[in-house]
Design a protein around this ligand. Structure first.
Ligand code: GRG
Length: 294
C-alpha cells in the first residue's frame, strides 16, 4: 500500500474510533457532548494517531490494538487545542478551518470540553483490551499521564505563556518545545511501540527519534506560521509575531530555521536506521511532517 492510501486508511479508522469513543450528542449533558464532538471530529491531520500506528507496526501490533492508544493521544491533543485557543491563553477564533470551541459555544463550555476530553482519553486507554497485559496497560497510562502533565505538555504550555515578550536562547526554546509539542508526539510513538514486543533498546531509540520529530514538527510549524496563509492553515497565520512569541524563525531567521529542519529530518531518519524497512511508515511520516502545507 502506498503512503497516501495508508495514511487515509489510518485517518478513517481513527475517525471511526474517535466517533465511537465520544458520547453521543443527544446524551445529557447534550450541549457538552455536542461541543466535545465539535472539537474532535471531522478535522485535523491526525499526526499523533498516525505515529502511534506506524510505531506499532514495527513490532507487529495489529491496527485494532492500536486504535485505543491512538484515540487517547488524539483526545489529549484536541483538549490542548481547545484550551490553548481560550481567551486566557492564545485567544484564537479559528481552528481546523472553523470557529474555535469557545466561539462556537462559550468559554465555560470550552473549558469543560477540554477537561472532559482529557479524562475521556484516560477512560479509553484504561478500557480492558485483549492482547495487552494489565501491567503493560498500566505502563501506557503512566506514559500518557506523564507526557500530558506539568512535566510534559501542560508544563511546556506554562513555559510558553511565560516566554511571551522574552528573549530566549535556542536551547531555552528547545526545552519549551520538547515539553509543549514534543512530549505528546513522543508518547504517541511509544504508546504504539508498547502495543507490540519492543525491547528496552528499541524503545530508547524510538524515544530519540520522537524527540527529533517533535522539534521538527515545531520548527516547521514556526515556518508555516510566517509563510502560509490563514486559509491554508485553517488557523490564524502570523500569530507568533503578532503576540511577540519567541520562535525558531524570529531567533534564527527563516533560512537557518529551514537548515535546522533539514538537520532534524536527517537525524530522525538516522535514528530509525536499525529498524530497516519495518520503519517505512515512520520514515514517510517524518517526510510528511516537513512537507506538509498546514
Ligand atoms: C493548553 C495544556 C495546554 C497545552 C497546549 C499543543 C499546545 C499546548 C498548544 C497548541 C499551540 C500550538 C500551535 C502548538 C504548535 C504545535 C502544534 C501542537 C500544532 C497543532 O497540531 P497539529 O498541526 O494540528 O497536529 P491538527 O489540527 O492537524 O491536529
Amino acid at each position: 500500500m502506498n503512503f497516501p492510501s495508508w495514511m487515509s486508511d489510518i485517518q478513517q479508522r481513527t475517525e471511526a474510533a474517535l466517533e465511537a469513543a465520544l458520547p453521543p450528542s443527544e446524551l445529557a449533558p447534550a450541549r457538552l457532548h455536542e461541543a466535545m464532538r465539535y472539537a474532535v471530529l471531522g478535522g485535523g491531520k491526525r499526526v499523533r494517531p498516525l505515529l502511534c500506528h506506524a510505531a506499532g507496526s514495527i513490532f507487529g501490533a495489529d491496527s485494532p490494538l492500536l486504535d485505543a492508544p491512538a484515540v487517547a493521544v488524539e483526545l489529549i491533543h484536541a483538549y490542548s487545542l481547545v484550551h490553548d485557543d481560550l481567551p486566557c491563553m492564545d485567544n484564537d477564533v479559528l481552528r481546523r478551518g472553523k470557529p474555535t470551541c469557545h466561539v462556537e459555544f462559550d468559554e465555560a463550555t470550552a473549558l469543560l470540553v477540554g477537561d472532559a476530553l482529557q479524562t475521556q482519553a484516560f477512560q479509553t486507554l484504561s478500557n480492558r483490551f485483549a492482547g495487552i497485559s494489565a501491567a503493560r496497560q498500566l505502563d501506557m497510562l503512566h506514559l500518557l499521564a506523564t507526557a500530558s502533565g506539568s512535566r510534559g505538555m501542560a508544563g511546556g504550555q506554562a513555559i510558553d505563556l511565560a516566554a511571551v515578550g522574552q528573549q530566549l536562547t535556542i536551547s531555552e526554546l528547545e526545552y519549551m518545545h520538547i515539553h509543549k509539542t514534543g512530549a505528546l508526539i513522543r508518547a504517541a510513538v511509544l504508546l504504539g511501540a508498547h502495543c507490540g514486543e519492543a525491547t528496552p533498546d528499541a524503545l530508547e531509540r524510538l524515544g530519540r527519534f520522537a524527540n527529533r520529530i517533535g522539534l521538527l514538527f515545531q520548527v516547521v510549524d514556526d515556518i508555516l506560521d510566517t509563510e502560509a496563509s490563514t486559509a491554508t492553515l485553517g488557523k490564524t497565520a502570523g500569530k507568533d509575531a503578532a503576540q511577540n512569541k519567541p520562535t525558531y524563525v524570529n531567533i534564527l531567521g527563516a533560512s537557518e530555521a529551514k537548515s535546522m529542519a533539514g538537520k532534524l529530518r536527517r537525524d530522525a531518519h538516522e535514528a530509525l536506521a536499525p529498524f530497516g524497512t519495518s520503519a517505512l511508515r515512520l520514515h514517510e511520516l517524518t517526510d510528511f511532517i516537513v512537507e506538509r502545507t498546514f
